[in-house]
Every structure is written in C-alpha cells, then in structure tokens.
Design a protein around this ligand. Structure first.
Ligand code: NA7
Length: 577
C-alpha cells in the first residue's frame, strides 16, 4: 500500500509546486489497462466471507473496510474497469452536483489530504481518476473480478450461505453478500417503435464510449432533459450542425457555477476535514457542509427573499435548497422559489415560446431531482438548437424511422440520437439480479407491491444480504458517498459483533422492515416530494413500476442518529442466530 507521502495519480511537481493533471477517458482507459493484470480472472477460492457486487463507490469502500477487518472478500464488477456510474457515464459535460471536496471518501486522512481536485465541482473524468487512484492506493484491484455480471444469488438455508452465480459461469459461496450495485446504474431504454430501424448512430449517456463522439456537421437529437441531458446538451450544441432536444418534462436547472479550485479554499478544507466530515454525517440534512436553515420563506420580506434566492443562484449548484427551511414542505414557500427560477428562464431564453416550453409546470420546485447545468438555458438561444415538446399531453415520440424521430411536429431528420433517458432508479439494479432468499422467494417478488427495507440496508427474508443505496436510504437526496460510508461502517461493526458471538445468520425482522418503510413513507409525506407523480424518486419513468416515494428524506443527521440508536440497542429489529 502506498504511504500517504506518495503523490496521488493526478499530482505532479512543477517548479516545486504540486500541479494536478486532468486526464480524459481515453488516457484513463490506457492508465487503467496498466493495472488490468492485478484483477483476478476467476475467483481464487470457492468460498468467501463476503461477496461484494459492484466496484463503484460502495464496492470499493466495502472491499477496503471488510478486508481491513479480516474478512475474506471477493468482488464482481460488470464493467471493464472500476468506478461504477462514473466509469460508464462518460457523456460530454458529465459533472457531479456535489462539491468535489465533499464528494469523496472520508475514511483515510492521507487520501483526502493528498488528492487535489482541480474544480469545485468535478467533471466525470476527474472522479473516475480519483476512483482509480483509490483502487490502486489500497490495492483493491486484487479483490475485483471485472467484466462479470452477477446473475443470481441463492440463499442456502441449510448452510446459511449464499451461492452466487456470475455471467462468466463462476459459482462461489459466501456467508454474506453486499450489493453495491448503485441506484442509478440500470439503464432505461424506452420502448420507442422503430428504434432498430434508425440508420444513424445511437448513444446512451449512461453508456458512453471512450472515444470522443464527433458531432461536427451532424444533426443530433437528444431525448431527455434530466441531469444527463441538461449537462450534455450545451456541449453537444457547440459542435453539432443542428441539435434538437426532445423534452417530455421541463426541469428546474440551476447554474453549476463550477470554478477552478481556489488553493486557499482547498487548504481551509484540508485543515478542517475532520470537522467538515463530521458535520456532513451528524449534523447536515443532505450530507453536505451546508448550514441547516431555520428562516421561513413567508416570514421574510419579498425583497430580502429575492436577495437570498439571487445569492444562492449565483453560488450555484444545489445551494438554493438552503434558502429557507420550508422550501420543500410549504406549498406557498415552494412556489416562491419556483417562481424565482421561472423568472430566470424568462430572462435568459429569448424566444418566448421556447422559454414557456422550458418552464416547469404542474409540480412543486425540486420535487423532481434538481438539475445543475452550465449554460443550459442559454443554449436555447443558439440558432442551431431547437426544442420539441414530447410531453405527456402531446403524442410523445411517435416512432423512430431510419431518417430520424417522428413527433406531432412531423419528422426531425437526424444523424445521431442521444438517449439521456435515465435509469430504473433505486430498485432496478437490485432486482436485475435473480436473488432468492428464504423459501426461494425472490427479491423482485418481495418488492412487487412496493419496495421495502429495514434501515435502507436489509430486506426481510434475505438473511446476510446487505443493500447499499437501496430504498429507504438518504443517499439519493444528498451526498451519496456520505450515506454509503455510514452504511458500510455500520454493517462492518455489525459483522464484528456477529463474528465475536459466533453467529452465522442475521436477518431483518418483517415487523422492523414494515415499520421502517412506514417511517420512510411518513417522512416523505411531510414534504412535497411525493406529490410529484412524475420523477424517478417515485419510479414514474419506468412503465409498470409501482409508484412509491423511495428515498429517506428525514435528513442525514436524523438517519445517522436512527441507525446509531438501533446499533446501541443491540441491533434492534435484526435477529442474529
Ligand atoms: P433522469 O433524471 O431520469 O432523466 C431522464 C429524462 O429522459 C427525463 O427528462 C425523462 O422525461 C426523459 N425520458 C425518459 N423516457 C422518455 C421517453 N420515452 N420519451 C421522452 N423522454 C423520455 O435521468 P438522468 O440520467 O438525466 O439523471 C439521473 C440522475 O443522475 C440525476 O437525477 C442525478 O441524481 C444524477 P420525464 O422527466 O420522465 O418526463
């Protein structure tokens, strides 16, 4: 293992100063290829203490932490490299909406001191480079088999073990399985008639090639205006001959306002990392060092309100959510914030009809995941960009033909179609694995009338199985890295106890799962989030999926307190035998 004195992969010395280099995906592929030999091609044993599925944030940390505590751990990763969502989502403009100094691991002081982020909000290649660095620095690659999709996990009642079968034909047994499969990794491919007939090229933002895609002189269509569409549209517009955006639901888009990292800001963070990490976990509402605001919207005079919104708009990212305490609970307060952004859209977008189309309607501000973008609204002022409404009250996208996309407006001729159509979020990557628990019951079946978990980590009837980023967890409404670090540490401590007691099996009690799920739902309904029937938070983007508000929105500090109290009460709600 490297000592913390060694420079990380992204820092070199120039004129005596540390200078960070930002590589593109092609360079990162080449760099990662040098380490491919470290990855096993098949499991070195038939049996392990823990199988970890996925080598994104959760998988990397789980392998590190569980191995450190003396468990034999083996990981399977479907991709050809580590990084999970940040490996696959290489689309132009991809960037994190949480500040880089926060959206990073806290578990190792040397790691957080040595890594240098070049921008306040990191772009995808820099996050991928960081995750590669983590895999190298902690020698995690030797425990990760790449290019291997876990097909099934079957609980063996007699042996208290899981049998895990992979796409490679490998079959291994393990006492525990930890699913770090990611809430945003199962790509949604809309069933649009004629899809296969398209004569041009099709790309998915969530599975973007390493080679840069050349849009020069091309007629490009982007379907989808969630975060991926919003980030890629301005970049594609710069070189495309013409870009047509097919919008089903307009989103509220905040300016990303990313900036080059200020050395003083970075130094201040690095000097106080311990306090900042503790705040994110124990005191914040969203896993981020943003103050918990007490002031209420309607108690604040209109001019002062406007000043606050403007200040936070200028600050960029998701800061506007910290304007007032009631922004997501009081309809009137929410409308004020929404109206501020709607005025911005009207100011920025010159064509009134386009501005009108881009203005969200019929749902409360930020109840669909708020987007951050760079020059998003401004892009619609370009001569080479047009917007086509494929909203639910239009005929939507009728079909794809060899020459392009047909909507109510007729045929839009295209050379390239980019699908920025999202994911079967939160549950999709768990149910993509054929998981059979007690009595052979599948997780899919267990969740068919609505997904439920205990503490966002366990499913009743699925012993010794850990879910990271699952329904009932706060990760998807805040800093996911903080949430998964909390979860993995909590699970690691539980396993220490189970091992010390010589127990073999732990399982969430059905009543505990029921009451946690009710609690999650109640917390949700105290906010405006569930009123929006049309977001991935409620599974609305997946045809036939049960509509249900999935994330835990009680706040990170409350979640931390609740799971800590469960542990302090002897892991109440979990039977340990
Ligand atoms: P999102 O946020 O789920 O966005 C997907 C977009 O694609 C959204 O605008 C959808 O419209 C649209 N969509 C999906 N299917 C269709 C069809 N059939 N026709 C037209 N438009 C369609 O995914 P992203 O990848 O952008 O972002 C996911 C998360 O990653 C994001 O929230 C951040 O947390 C990071 P809809 O809104 O459903 O009407």
């Amino acid at each position: 293992m490297q000592s913390s004195a060694c420079p990380p992969g992204n820092v070199t010395k120039r004129n005596g100063r540390n200078v960070a280099s930002v590589k593109d995906n092609k360079q990162l592929d080449a760099e990662e290829a040098q380490h491919l030999g470290e990855h096993p091609l098949s499991p070195p044993a038939d049996e392990f203490d823990v199988i970890v599925v996925g080598a994104g944030w959760a998988g990397l940390y789980a392998i590190y932490e569980l191995r450190r505590r003396g468990h034999s751990v083996y990981g399977f990763e479907a991709g050809a490299g580590v990084g999970g969502a940040w490996y696959h989502n290489r689309y132009p403009g991809a960037r994190c909406d949480v500040e880089s100094l926060e959206y990073s691991f806290s578990f190792d002081e040397g790691l957080q001191q040595e890594w240098h982020w070049t921008e306040t909000y990191a772009r995808q290649p820099e996050i991928r480079a960081y995750m590669n660095h983590v895999a190298n620095r902690f020698e995690l690659r030797r425990s990760i088999q790449l290019n291997t999709f876990v097909k099934s996990a079957v609980w063996d009642e007699e042996a208290d073990r899981w049998t895990v079968t992979a796409s490679t034909g490998d079959v291994v047994r393990a006492r525990y399985v930890l699913l770090g499969v990611g809430g945003l990794s199962t790509i949604l491919k809309p069933q649009i008639p004629g899809y296969d007939s398209f004569a041009g090229q099709i790309y998915f933002t969530a599975n973007w090639p390493s080679e840069p895609v050349d849009f020069t002189g091309k007629r490009v269509g982007v379907i989808g205006t969630g975060s991926s569409g919003v980030q890629s549209i301005p970049v594609i517009a710069e070189t495309a001959k013409h870009l047509t955006v097919f919008q089903r639901t307009p989103n509220y888009v905040m300016p990303s306002a990313s900036a080059p990292m200020d050395p003083d800001y970075e130094a201040e963070w690095k000097a106080h990392y311990a306090e900042k990490r503790a705040f994110a976990r124990h005191q914040s509402s969203n896993g981020i060092n943003q103050p918990v605001i007490q002031r209420k919207t309607m108690d604040t005079p209109p001019e002062e309100r406007e000043r606050i919104y403007q200040e936070l708009w200028d600050r960029g990212g998701l800061w506007i959510l910290r304007s007032f305490s009631d922004i997501l609970t009081d309809p009137e307060a929410n409308k004020q914030a929404g109206a501020f952004v709607e005025r911005k859209i009207a100011d920025i977008v010159k064509d009134p009809k386009t501005a009108q189309l881009l203005t969200p309607k019929g749902y409360y501000f930020a109840t669909k995941r708020l987007c951050t973008g760079t020059g998003y609204y401004e892009t619609f002022n370009r001569d080479n960009v047009s917007l086509v409404d494929v909203g639910r009250d239009t005929g939507g996208i009728h079909r794809i033909e060899p020459g392009g996309i047909v909507t109510d407006e007729g045929l839009t001729e295209l050379d390239i179609i980019v699908f920025a159509t999202g994911f079967d979020a939160v549950t999709g990557s768990f149910t993509a694995i054929d998981i059979h628990g007690v009595g052979g019951r599948t997780l899919k079946d267990h969740w068919k009338d609505g997904a439920k978990t205990y503490l966002g980590m366990f499913a009743a009837g699925f012993p010794n199985l850990f879910l990271i980023g699952a329904p009932g967890n706060p990760g998807s409404v805040g800093n996911a890295v903080v949430a998964l670090e909390m979860n993995i540490e909590w699970i690691a401590q539980l396993l220490d106890k189970v091992r010390a007691e010589g127990a073999r099996r732990l399982e969430a009690e059905p009543a505990a799962e029921e009451s946690w799920s009710e609690h999650v739902s109640e917390l949700g309904w105290k906010t405006l989030y569930p009123t929006n029937p049309n977001s991935w938070y409620v599974g609305a983007n997946v045809p036939g999926k049960k509509r249900q508000f999935l994330p835990y929105v009680g706040g990170f500090s409350r979640y931390d307190k609740e799971i800590s109290e469960v542990a302090a009460r002897g892991y109440e709600g979990i039977s340990i035998d």
